[in-house]
Each structure stands twice: as structure tokens, then as C-alpha cells.
Design a protein. Sequence first.
Length: 238
Amino acid sequence: MRSRAVVFLLFISFSAQAQSFDLGSWNILNLKYNHTDHLSFFGEAQLRSLLFYHHFHYYEYKGGITYKIEKNVQLGLGMGSYQTYREGGNFVKPKNNNEFRIWPQIILVQPVKKLKVEQRYRSEMRFTSNGYRNRFRYRLGLSHPFGQKKNKKQPYQFIFGNEIFFTDREPYFERNRVSAIVGIRTGQFTTLQIGYLHQFDYRINDETGRDFLVIGFFIELSGKRYGQQGFETNIKDN
């Protein structure tokens, strides 16, 4: 009941904010399956708009595999389709970008008391409608649980992230993405995330970014060999 009240208040706050400036929407549906304590699979879909649930201009769907080589070191490989439409309406054609992407990554996690520090390094091989491109991304994420424990888990989590994007072509720097999000445990296997994301783009026209209300729904399941104790709220994957 308390978590529903928190969700309602956050949504009302962001809805009021959306009417004062151009706040877009950033919607995420994520499914993760932990096969063992080392091996996991995931799938995700995203839908974005430049105005508040209007002027939809972007969607993506992707999947991949992650492998934990040590307690705080995780390797990953993913691929997906990324489609960007022109501004000015809902899915306006012709598209700005039609892209297939492959990306290996490494994630390093360092706990500092209750604070979780996550560093993600990702290299992207991008097959776009404007030709092949390379891109490199670095994300620093901080997460901290809070709230009265229930079933030995705290129900809420504050998540901050900052990510920078580089290429191997001039001007090299492409994008900066900053987000502040609250994660809410809604069930044994589900988490809801609500927050704000600001994206600054430099001289690129694919996936134009501004300010977004982020709403994500995350489902995490586990195989018998893994057990259910491994569930936790994760920093979202963008």
C-alpha cells in the first residue's frame, strides 16, 4: 500500500512538471533469467517520446547474455534493433536512423557499506542506415537501498547514473546521459523504476535527447540451480 502511494505521488509530480516544459517519456520493459549463479540471459524493449506520451520517435528491442567471472566482475554480450524517427509527431518518416547493434561489455561492482558503485564499459558495433560506426560508452552508477526491511530486503532504492558516449571519429564526444531514479520492489520477482533522465547530444541526429520521465518494469526470474535468493533491484540497462 505504501509503495503504491509513493508511485502515485511521483507520477503526479512528474505529470505536473511535464506541463511546464517539454518532458518526454522513456519506457522500459526488462526480463532477466538467472540460469545459474554465474550465467544469466536478458531481453528488453524500450519506447520513447519527445513530449509527454506524444511525439513517439524511438523504439528498441535487444537481448543478450551475461556471465559473472568473479563476485564483482561481469562480462556481457548483447545485440538488438534500434529505430529512430524524425521529430514533429508520432513515428514520422523518413527515419533518422535504422540500426542493428552488437555490444560486448564489462561491469565492475564495488560495494561501499550500503552504497553500490557500478562501472560499465561498453563497446558498440553499429550497423546504421548511414553506414558502419563504432562507439564507446562509460557509465558510473550509484545505488543505495532504503526503507524498512521486508523479507530481509529493503523495498526502495535510489539510483543515480551518469554515462558518456565517445566515437573514433571527430568530434569524438557524442552524448552525456544523467539520470536519478527510485526503484520500488513491487513483488518477489518484480521491480518498478520511476525517475528523471536528461540527455545532451552533441552533433548527432539519431535518438535526439532532452528531458524524460523514466518508467521501467523489471522482471527477474531464477532457475532451480540458482535459487531465488539472488533477486535484487538492478541499475537499469540503457
